[in-house]
Design a protein around this ligand. Structure first.
Ligand code: NOJ
Ligand code: MG
Length: 567
């Protein structure tokens, strides 16, 4: 065994001893969350599509890499027009992924290993094949206003019927589609196949609560709530929907960006429903005991809006509105950008609520290794885990997977396919993901060199850095972040980012990451002598080396390290 590998084991042991000492931190407050895209994680039956049994067979991997909880993108019955975000039955597992028994077995195994399971909850819309929508088309009892229906308007010039408003859908084109059978338009923010539920209907509320109850009763630990900013759209007192103003961003009148979404995005009523669900989940916990049933919310919104998602002072909502600031980092980023994006969360949300989370990737956005750069993938891992709060990792990013041009044809293409390719487990056939003859998306051609198995054996691989960081995240210094002086971060230069994590009077960790192509010199950072406990492949140092930080220190291009001082 190399001395590097020995050192990593030492860190892991050391961390295990001081783990969970900061007991005032609830599980979701300092968690390592991991997103599984079920189609692409692990295929157990050789059909080329990932499934629940596949996930069960790899839960030990999540444990190995220090994950606290994993959220699964939708596993529910769906025609897959939007890969499961178009649900026909919210309490049924799609046969593609397995059966309810498979689900129960997965959950039981996860709990046995001490892992929490977070399910995706899609309350904004259903599939157009959903029984509710079919009933709504037929105006069946109670279902009449289950979705957002309208007659539309008559164009005064042409006499032709036109949609009720100029609203364009996220995937472009009118957000209103005509339904022949009901002879009305229905509203869909996303695809034509994804009609929006009418969240103003009390019956819809009841159905949504029932879905949560169903999964909670099976033992699900938390929910990730899809598309929160899109819950409500402006409806005037006279029942009409106002046109949105032109944004000036594009000349394409079909484009979603053609209009400024002042009536279809982040409406204040969105908060009320989050508060309602929080009350329900807290009450559920009071009645049934167990850990906090948290809500993770997907919302691309400003910190001020997300702050109210957590609480407006009188009501409480979602504990974890996802912080997508780092999703906008591109290859031209530097340490100042990290500082600016971190501040934009911390100055507002940390100041008010003492909570933070850091998302670096998901199934809708280019992967960090591609977006920000392969040489910086490790730094992103280090920063995501060293900043105070909860880290959120998209499957595959723990080994630095890259976007893969899947060469899809226009008819069966999703612009997000490149970030959804199968997890690269090993250099075996299909990257060890499936024994089938083909996989639903091709495995990235770099799988022979970039895979889990190979990175396990390389001391400074992205995977081992990930493991080192999740272990550090369990130390007192990383957990006690709510205490005075528990953390600090700063761009020391344009390219060097520093994070300090402290358990006062006990120990201190210092992250130094050089994002640039140049050697950087730093002077007199502190009077402490510290030890290198984690190093990326660009560092010339060795685990256990000591460095006197009162003197000049050097960071090589792309070097990232964690230093440790013990009282
Ligand atoms: C957000 C999800 O992340 C995305 O994948 C999906 O297409 C939309 N919501 C619609 O559900
Ligand atoms: Mg399968």
């Amino acid at each position: 065994m190399s001395s590097d590998s020995l050192r990593i084991i030492q860190i892991l042991l050391l961390c295990a001893c001081s783990a969970f000492a900061a007991s005032d931190v609830d599980w979701w407050e300092s968690a390592t969350l991991y997103q599984i895209y079920p189609r692409s994680f692990m295929d157990s039956d050789g059909d080329g599509v990932g499934d629940l049994n596949g996930i069960t067979s790899r839960l030990a991997f999540l444990k190995e890499i220090g994950v606290t909880a994993t959220w699964l993108s939708p596993i529910f019955e769906s025609p897959m027009a939007d890969m499961g975000y178009d649900v026909t039955n919210f309490t049924k597992v799609d046969p593609l992924f397995g059966t309810m028994e498979d689900f129960d077995a997965m959950l039981a195994k996860a709990h046995e290993l001490g892992l929490k399971i977070i399910l995706d909850f899609v309350p904004n819309h259903s599939s157009d094949q959903c029984e509710w929508f079919q009933k709504s088309i037929r105006r069946e009892d109670g279902y009449d206003d289950f979705y957002i229906w309208d007659d539309g308007k008559i164009d005064p010039q042409t006499g032709v019927r036109i949609p009720p408003s100029n609203w364009n859908s996220e995937f472009n084109g009118s957000a209103w589609s005509w339904n022949e059978q009901r002879q009305q338009y229905y509203f869909h923010w996303f695809l034509v196949e994804q009609p929006d539920l009418n969240l103003r209907s009390p019956m819809v509320h009841q159905h949504l609560i029932d879905i949560m109850k169903f999964w909670l009763a099976r033992g699900v630990d938390a929910f990730r709530i899809d598309a929160v900013p899109h819950f409500f759209e402006m409806r005037l007192a006279n029942g009409t929907y106002p046109d949105e103003p032109v944004s000036g961003f594009t000349n394409d009148t079909n484009s979603n960006r053609y209009y400024s979404h002042i009536y279809t995005f982040n409406q204040p009523e969105n908060l009320e429903i989050l508060y309602e669900w929080r009350e329900f989940l807290d009450e559920y916990q009071r009645q049934h005991g167990g850990d906090t049933r948290a809500m993770v919310a997907e919302a691309y919104a400003t910190a001020d809006i997300l702050s109210d998602y957590i609480s407006n002072g009188t009501h409480f909502g979602t504990q974890l509105p996802m912080n997508f600031n780092f999703i906008s980092l591109r290859s031209n980023m530097n340490a100042k950008d990290i500082e600016r994006f971190a501040n934009s969360w911390m100055d507002v949300i940390w100041t008010k609520h003492k909570t933070a989370n850091w998302v670096f990737g998901n199934h809708d956005n280019s992967r960090p290794a591609t977006r920000i750069g392969e040489k910086r993938a490790d730094m992103m891992t280090i920063i995501a885990h060293a900043l105070p709060g909860t880290s959120v990792t998209y499957y595959g990013d723990e080994i630095g997977m890259t976007d893969y041009d899947t060469k899809c044809t226009p008819s069966n293409c999703d612009f997000r396919d490149p970030v959804r390719t199968p997890l690269q487990w090993s250099s075996a056939k299909n990257g060890g993901f499936s024994t089938g003859n083909s996989t639903w998306l091709p495995v990235n051609s770099n799988f022979k060199t970039l895979n889990v198995q190979r990175q396990r054996g390389v001391a400074r691989s992205t995977l081992n850095i990930y493991k080192g960081m999740t272990a550090l995240k369990k130390t007192l210094a990383f957990k006690s972040y709510k205490e005075e002086g528990g953390f600090a971060y700063e761009a020391l230069t344009e390219q060097v980012f520093q994070i300090i994590r402290t358990a006062p009077k006990l120990e201190e960790y210092r992250v130094l990451a050089n994002f640039g192509r140049q050697i950087e010199y730093l002077y007199g950072l502190t009077n402490k002598t510290m030890e290198y406990v984690l190093l990326n492949a660009y560092s010339p140092h060795r685990f256990g080396d000591k460095v006197d930080l009162s003197k000049r220190i050097t960071l090589m291009p792309y070097e990232a390290v964690v230093l440790r001082w013990v009282a």
